[in-house]
Write a protein that binds this ligand. Structure first.
Ligand SMILES: C[S@@+](CC[C@H](N)C(=O)[O-])C[C@H]1O[C@@H](n2cnc3c(N)ncnc32)[C@H](O)[C@@H]1O
Length: 382
């Protein structure tokens, strides 16, 4: 494949996060966004741009390069178009491996796996016809991945240049209890308005995701530096030296840690703090975060502008909500007593509990944690 051929790139994300994704892509100052929706945005670029986006996007799930779009009403028509209209050997080597996934909303398809099998057949038959042999295929994401969007009649087949989702940033060695997806945590830190030279306090840190994401942003360390494998590396035409250049450029942008620590993370659970420290070490930001085991009411809040960010449990099971009410009230009290001049941030999936904080919100930003509709609530504390 010609890595310098321009085309449509779709950067996908989770519902609610397009705004943050757009913010970070705008900051790159090298792309013009041509379309955006609830699940991502689109721009023009080549495979080298895809590699760059894979390296730098904190809020993305996948970077997809459009191969072809056309209309199709049923799986047989889809098979014929895909089999005949695309030179598949430019995307996957005959001795390689590929997988197919996607999102389908077409009434002729009752089980999306059937559509994926027909895409796989179209590709495999193309190779059999041309070479009398074919690349291996299956569900694993270690080879070349193709992504099918099929909504009503509209088919779009993409090269998924990421492979495994980019929403995992590669540093989580131990998950801990109810951890946030790294991309969501990054979006929330951005949404909180945190800036690099400010303090970030994360009581109830759990496995440390929010504090680690804040530290990574402060360090300007790209998420792609913590990951070895991307699907674009398996595409014929990939040149490792271009990736090396993108990597070196990202490394050169890392901002050295300042001698005083501005990110504080604590949790009442000793286990959680140990896990957070292991994860921070894997992310290479352990020297930027000061960890403590304590009840949140005892958290130290240093002077200066910044964000105090809570992600308390939000009681999904019966009876849990009642038990958590005093916790939310105490978070509100803590904001009022200890956090003057700061932005208070609470990420929760329970708006009844959120009311117990007892402060007027400055902003309420909707996000989704898996299928649960959540809110990032921001408070200006005077
Ligand atoms: C939903 S988890 C936080 C998950 C975290 N955002 C992550 O990504 O891993 C809530 C955390 O609050 C902690 N916690 C509960 N009550 C606390 C309290 N009174 N003081 C400090 N931490 C508390 C729990 O131990 C748990 O780790």
């Amino acid at each position: 494949m010609d890595f310098s051929r321009k085309g449509t790139i779709r950067v996908s994300t989770s519902r609610g996060m397009t705004y943050n994704l757009k913010q970070e892509i705008d900051q790159m100052k090298r792309f013009e966004i041509i379309k955006e929706d609830d699940l991502g945005l689109e721009l023009r670029g080549d495979m080298l741009d895809c590699m760059y986006l894979n390296m730098h996007c904190r809020c993305a799930y996948k970077v997809l390069f459009l191969i072809k779009e056309f209309q199709s009403s049923d799986a047989e028509h889809l098979y014929i178009r895909l089999n005949r209209a695309i030179k598949w050997d430019s995307f996957v080597d005959v001795a390689g491996y590929f997988s197919v996934s996607g999102k389908i909303k077409n009434e002729s398809i009752l089980d999306e796996r059937f559509a994926f099998v027909r895409v796989k057949d179209a590709i495999a038959d193309y190779f059999m016809h041309k070479f009398d042999r074919r690349p291996d295929s299956g569900p694993r994401k270690h080879g070349v991945n193709f992504f099918l969007f099929w909504e009503e009649q509209n088919v779009r087949i993409f090269l998924d240049t990421s492979g495994e989702t980019l929403s995992k940033h590669g540093y989580r060695k131990i998950p801990g209890k109810a951890p946030m997806v790294e991309a969501l945590a990054a979006a929330c830190v951005m949404g909180s308005g945190f800036e690099r030279d400010q303090v970030f306090i994360n009581p109830m840190c759990g496995s440390g995701t929010l504090a680690i994401e804040a530290a990574l942003m402060q360090a300007n360390k790209a998420p792609g530096l913590m990951r070895e494998d991307f699907s674009f590396m398996q595409v014929p035409g990939y040149d490792a030296s271009s990736w090396e250049k993108i990597k070196q450029n990202a490394e050169s942008k890392i901002i050295a840690a300042e001698p005083y620590v501005k990110i504080l993370a604590s949790d009442i659970s000793e286990d959680a703090v140990e896990i957070a420290q292991v994860n921070a070490q894997a992310a290479g930001v352990e020297d930027r975060i000061s960890f403590d085991v304590c009840d949140f009411k005892k958290s130290i809040v240093p002077q200066g502008k910044g964000v105090v960010f809570f992600n308390p449990e939000y009681g999904l099971r019966l009876g849990e909500e009642e038990k958590l009410e005093p916790v939310y009230q105490e978070i509100g009290d803590f904001f009022k007593k200890e956090c003057q001049g700061k932005t208070g941030a609470v990420f929760t999936g329970n708006l009844n509990l959120a009311k117990k904080i007892g402060l007027r919100t400055k902003k309420r930003i909707p996000y989704f944690n898996a299928q649960i509709e959540c809110r990032l609530l921001l408070f200006e504390i005077f």
